[in-house]
Design a protein around this ligand. Structure first.
Ligand SMILES: [Fe+2]
Length: 296
């Protein structure tokens, strides 16, 4: 993949505890976290909305995901895995169609040449509390996994339409964190923002602050999420929260319009506002780099 595929702010170096440092867009300039033994990268793809159907917003609803998957497969540095951070499908009241969309999406994602992890967004799971999603993908709606020294925690803030994590999941999180060392690097993957980004637009998790409070004693915590369909970076204390662009359609950033708006397709700049990211992490989690990619 050549440099024209990168946005201007290609590199975001997350320098250890708390600090965000935007580095140069020139490949090689952001060297923090690169090169060490055990370094690895993963890809975040989010908000695919398979089954979405407004051609004024995206006339290439089937081709956009294909393009994104091909770009991931063509990455020069192969990621260790891809994670889809929810809204794999467009919501539907029809349980049959929901299952069909989930299966179609699953088939498409199997074209990736690296391991894949999934979790649901509210479009996939809020109407049936995740029943169809679990039927197709199995597993759990919230879970943890370890990868090269980093403890990954997937939080479900979508299956309860409130939207909340809920007391049971918060107790589960507390229990899980009680088993971690204070210096354990943690990456949280979730769909909605945990912080109150803009509750009027459903960009919040009502009890998300409880999760943030539980994570606060850990020195190295980064949250990656989707849902807001544009790139966004925020800190709650030393905890960093990063939203990725969506695959299917962009949404207006907070404050840019009176109402939450799906941004119309621009024929002069097709796929504008759509994208995905790579995250490179050291095994110690001391530093991470993100690189934002545009589709098209
Ligand atoms: Fe979405």
């Amino acid at each position: 993949m050549d440099d024209k595929h990168y946005s201007r702010r290609d590199f975001l170096t997350m320098a250890g505890v708390g600090g965000l440092v935007f580095a140069s867009g020139l490949p090689g300039c952001a060297s923090t976290g690169a090169g060490g033994q055990g370094d690895f990268s993963f890809v975040q793809l989010t908000d695919i909305h398979w089954g979405y159907g407004n051609p004024k917003v995206n006339p290439d609803t089937r081709g956009t995901l294909t393009k994104a998957l091909a770009a991931v497969n063509a990455l020069e540095q192969k990621p260790d895995f891809v994670v889809f951070t929810g809204d794999l499908t467009q919501t539907t009241d029809d349980p049959k169609v929901r299952r069909q969309r989930l299966r179609e999406f699953q088939d498409m994602s199997r074209g990736l040449n690296v391991p894949v992890r999934y979790f649901a967004g509210e479009h996939d799971a809020s109407l049936d509390r995740g029943e169809a999603y679990l039927e197709v993908f199995g597993g759990q709606l919230h879970y943890t996994f370890e990868h090269k020294g980093i403890h990954f925690i997937v939080l479900d803030n979508i299956s309860d339409p409130a939207p909340i994590l809920g007391a049971k999941q918060i107790a589960w999180l507390k229990d899980d964190l009680a088993r971690q060392r204070p210096d354990q690097p943690i990456v949280v993957l979730t769909h909605r923002p945990l912080f109150a980004m803009y509750p009027q637009w459903d960009w919040a998790t009502r009890d998300g602050q409880q999760a943030i409070d539980l994570l606060m004693p850990f020195k190295n915590v980064t949250v990656f999420y989707g849902h807001v369909h544009h790139e966004h970076h925020h800190n709650t204390g030393h905890i960093q929260h990063h939203a990725s662009k969506a695959v299917m359609f962009p949404l207006s950033p907070v404050g840019s319009m009176a109402n939450k708006t799906q941004l119309p397709w621009n024929a002069a700049q097709p796929y504008n506002g759509l994208g995905w990211r790579t995250v490179r992490a050291t095994s110690g989690g001391a530093a991470q780099q993100m690189r934002e990619y545009n589709i098209g």
